[in-house]
Design a protein around this ligand. Sequence first.
Ligand code: SF4
Length: 361
Amino acid sequence: MSSDRAKLLSSALRRLADRPTTIMEVCGTHTVSIFRQGLRSLFPENLKLISGPGCPVCVTSQGEIDGAIELATRKNVVMATYGDMMRVPGSNGTLGELRGSGSDVRVVLSAMETLRMAEEMPHKEIVFLAVGFETTAPATAALLIEARKKNLDNLSALCLHKRVPPALRALSETDGNRVDGFLLPGHVAVILGHEPFKFIPERYGIACTIAGFEADEIMLALVDLLEQIGKNRPSLTSRYDKAVRPEGNVKAVDLMNRVFNTSTSTWRGIGPIDESGMSIKEEYSLWDGSRKFDVAVRNMPEPKGCRCGEILSGTITPKECPLFGTGCTPITPVGPCMVSSEGTCSAWYRYGRKGDLKWES
Ligand code: SF4
């Protein structure tokens, strides 16, 4: 973004922010983008941005991590997952530490890599630890469809996928919700399109704009939100038309619908949310790691002192956690918000101390 454009958009924000306004950037990539591009220095005093539950690693509950770690210790199991999951602390360590003590835990860049692993190791049970939102779930669905086609019975997925719209519904219904607008996650909207978000302004009167990740896309989306709020006309707008079609990615949604049912899922620090999870349908039950290995997911408390739950619901900022930057750093993370590159605490730690940023109180 040129400095002229930055000045223009910044002055538009200043003009529109005529009252204290709180916007939640739902997506962790937005959190990082806003910090990395130094956008906070362009925001008016009245505009406060808080982070939401949009980091897939962060919202995976402690009980889910514990279930995955227990499964990975079983004989003959090879667990494969995305890199960030290796460092998320469970009650008794991480998947990375488990690998160090001899369990076969592997990092993959795509779900489909596990198909090859299953073919190459027919005497092993390959379990894909499937995490993430509607952005990664279609790839898991495609994997299971392919495994079923090939009749690969030594491959399964431990499905921990979560759905974003029900989480936004839960946040909107939270007593004392202080969010005036949602900066909606562009990546999820690429898959879902506009329709699944329309209920937010219609039912809860909260302004919504789908945003891209470039500086001017984020600034324009904020201008949209402040205009909606100023006119008291909440609606759903999009500032990411280059990637988001109103109908979304129909093929990807079809893949998800073929393989998953919606189910209740527990979000770290937030708790169970109806319809916010994806469970594997009966016809794919042979490839459902949870059923195949009878994995128990228990309700587990947060690590002592960790306030990730409040971070993920936008109730506090990282510096209000007493462990931030002392007991908890990216090298020694206590909670998942410090582990993931998209985690709010990690973003605050890495970028929040630059001179051009305002620290919120
Ligand atoms: S600073 Fe660490 S312990 Fe505190 S909320 Fe963030 S991740 Fe959890």
